[in-house]
Design a protein around this ligand. Structure first.
Ligand code: DHB
Ligand code: MG
Length: 227
């Protein structure tokens, strides 16, 4: 069980409801279970998406018929594994991790899940690696340092085509997203990210607030318009 990033007096109940749905709708296969165990054993922060959120990403991949997926921020590869499993056989994920230890653990987890052929893991700063990637991607999941979200958004758009789905994690942060006076660089980065999306005529977007095992947080989901 993850500890909630943004706890409240209802955290226990939210976690119980998450567990109830997860058991029924998003059971974790061996590769996912062993990734979480390995992450914990090797000291990675428990900032992975929840099982239900991983399944949501998997369903978005299937709904959008995504074949080429980009993930910015691998951590231990838990979300990577959910997404890789949802791809068609010729699909692929490019994922970028800055922290060398996290990347090493992710590489072990992806290998153990039998998905190494479908996943290309880049080690280093996303802003160095993004300019080297071949476009376009069909779905892009932004889940790295939130300070750089505005720059990651610019790159995501550059690496997109009409119909590309761009998803940002951790965009609610226990409600801190609406704090205009926040000094937290994560919050200011995410607020700018949302404002940029709002002002960009090429994008259509919404936000989904979530409660559950991770506490109160959420996603911004955008799509590049067709015309
Ligand atoms: C943090 C980062 C995440 O990607 C997440 O899902 C939860 C928390 C963090 O850095 O606090
Ligand atoms: Mg996250």
């Amino acid at each position: 069980m993850r500890t909630p990033d943004y706890p409240s007096q209802d955290s226990d109940k939210w976690a119980q409801v998450d567990a109830w749905f997860s058991e029924r709708l998003a059971p974790e296969e061996a590769g996912l279970q062993s990734a979480l165990a390995n992450n914990a054993g090797q000291g990675l922060p428990a900032h992975d998406v929840s099982a239900l959120q991983g399944k949501m990403l998997a369903i978005f991949i299937q709904m959008s018929r995504a074949v080429r997926v980009l993930e910015i921020g691998t951590l231990g590869g838990y979300s990577t594994i959910w997404m890789a499993k949802a791809l068609p056989p010729h699909g692929s994920i490019t994922t970028i991790e800055f922290n060398a230890h996290h990347a090493e653990v992710a590489s072990q987890n992806i290998e153990k899940a039998g998905l190494a052929e479908r996943v290309t893991l880049h080690r280093g700063a996303a802003l160095d690696i993004l300019p080297t990637l071949d476009a376009p991607f069909d779905l892009i999941f932004i889940d790295a340092d939130k300070v750089n979200n505005p720059l990651y958004l610019e790159w995501a758009i550059r690496l997109s085509k009409p119909g590309t789905v761009i998803i940002g994690d951790n965009t609610v942060r226990g409600g801190h997203i609406i704090d205009a006076d926040s000094n937290d660089p994560n919050v200011t980065g995410l607020r700018k990210f949302v404002d940029m999306i709002s002002e960009d005529e090429r994008l259509e977007a919404t936000a989904v607030q979530t409660v559950g095992e991770k506490g109160w947080d959420g996603f911004v989901i955008a799509i590049i318009k067709n015309h």
